[in-house]
Write a protein that binds this ligand. Structure first.
Ligand code: PLP
Length: 417
């Protein structure tokens, strides 16, 4: 049964994974570790920690012994968040992860991407990746790190394994996809991409920010590292910026004791605490987002002023078959092309009253975004074109409010174009 069928039968929008629901609430924290048994995880703001003696101090600083030393090296509240995300992504990870799954939190999603590049790449190396990306990620990999002579090689057709294979050489350090992609919702066959990457001895990295681990857990399908902007659906109410890298314990441990300390783009404990509180409701929120997303998608599909609607679980989306296999429910992002040009699209955006004009996504509030001029505005016109970003496109991040308010607002704004 596919996701659309499940909806028509009134069955759950999310595959039941009670363990995920429990991890959202309890993951990464044991109240009996707290001296007072606090149920609400404590917030440790302190930067420095007393070490018992010089020998232990040396081992802790070198990473040979666990323990807290200094804020840039690790923090108990940040670690609690990391453990909860590692459990969400890795609870079903395959035997490949015998050493276990760990996570490293960073100051933002972009900081996580940047750290990964620093970890894997040196001058002359390349990354092979899909061009369908959030504009900020694309700008980072294509322009920001080019000063270090690191090349971003974009595959022509990410659904075609051969077009990936052609670009891989001995200087390739990793393969990268965002999925579902922002904003088109493309989903790729992770297993085939992982097999290809592994046949060259390279890791596959997946940014699965939009799905969150409730809808997609790429490690289960063979990916080596997962990236999230925690700022988005994981946090859920715009209360904190953060990013995370999740993967094999040995890789993450190396990142923690080397690049992360040097770069210093660590997550602040206050933000970690707020994001961890957000995760407590993640499972329930994703269910609510999914219900609203499906209703909005079906409404938009039938509107005469809407030329095209993009959602991976719509049967006319090119990723529909693979998305139905991999996703456990409806990701909350819908992209539509208005029947008109940029002028009509801006008029539509400015006519919205209930949906907020924001560049953010994954929030309980519904947002509309003109990607052409904002999230992807930093890209050159040819780069926008190769990322499929058009002047008449609008992205909706579907929130958890009353669906009638969301739909009514969008209908009245479409009437004004
Ligand atoms: N990855 C995706 C898919 C995103 O949509 C974004 C931001 O929109 C990022 C990464 C960057 O995250 P942050 O804003 O937390 O740096």
């Amino acid at each position: 049964m596919n996701a659309q069928d499940r909806f028509s039968l009134g069955v759950s929008f999310i595959e039941t994974r009670e363990d995920l629901r429990t991890i959202c609430i309890r993951g990464g924290y044991d109240p009996f570790v707290d001296p007072h048994g606090a149920i609400l995880p404590p917030l440790y703001r302190g930067v420095t920690y007393a070490m018992p003696d010089t020998e232990t101090a040396e081992r802790m600083v070198s990473g040979k012994e666990s323990g807290f030393v200094y804020g840039r090296f690790g923090n108990p509240t940040v670690e609690m968040l990391e453990q909860s995300v590692a459990q969400l992504e890795g609870s079903n990870a395959p035997a490949l992860f015998l050493s276990g799954v760990d996570a490293l939190a960073c100051a933002s999603g972009n900081a996580a991407h940047r750290l990964l590049i620093t970890h894997f790449c040196s001058s002359g190396d390349n990354i092979v990746l899909s061009p369908y990306l959030y504009g900020g990620t694309r700008h980072l990999v294509q322009h920001r790190v080019s000063f270090a002579n690191i090349e971003a090689r974009f595959v022509e057709d990410p659904t075609d394994i051969e077009s990936w294979r052609r670009l891989i050489d001995d200087k390739t350090q990793y393969l990268f996809v965002e999925m579902p992609t922002n904003p088109h919702g493309y989903v790729y066959d992770i297993r085939s991409l992982a097999d290809l990457a592994h046949s060259f001895g390279k890791p596959l990295v997946v940014d699965s920010t939009i799905a969150t681990p409730i809808l997609l857990r790429p490690l289960e399908f063979g990916a080596d590292i997962v990236i999230h902007s925690l700022t988005k659906g994981m946090a859920g109410f715009s209360q904190g910026m953060g990013g995370v890298l999740v993967g094999r314990k040995d890789i993450i441990h190396h990142l923690k004791i080397s690049e992360s300390r040097d770069e210093g783009s660590v997550l602040a404990p206050d933000a970690a605490w707020l994001i961890r509180l957000g995760i407590m409701t993640l499972y329930e929120r994703m269910k609510r987002h999914a219900e609203n997303t499906l209703s909005l998608t079906l409404t938009l599909q039938h509107h005469p002023r809407v030329r095209k609607v993009w959602h991976p679980l719509c049967s006319d989306h090119s990723s529909y078959a693979v998305a139905s296999q991999l996703l456990d429910g409806y990701p909350p992002l819908v992209y539509m092309e208005i029947d008109g040009g940029e002028e009509e699209t801006r008029r539509f955006m400015d006519a919205l009253r209930f949906c907020r004009n924001c560049v953010h996504l994954g929030d309980l509030n519904t947002f509309a975004t003109h990607c052409w001029s904002t999230t992807h505005g930093v890209l050159e016109p040819n780069e926008k074109a190769s990322s499929g970003i058009v002047p008449n496109g609008v992205r909706f991040s579907v929130g958890g409010e009353d669906i009638a308010c969301i739909v009514f607002d969008i209908m009245q704004a479409l009437d004004k174009i």
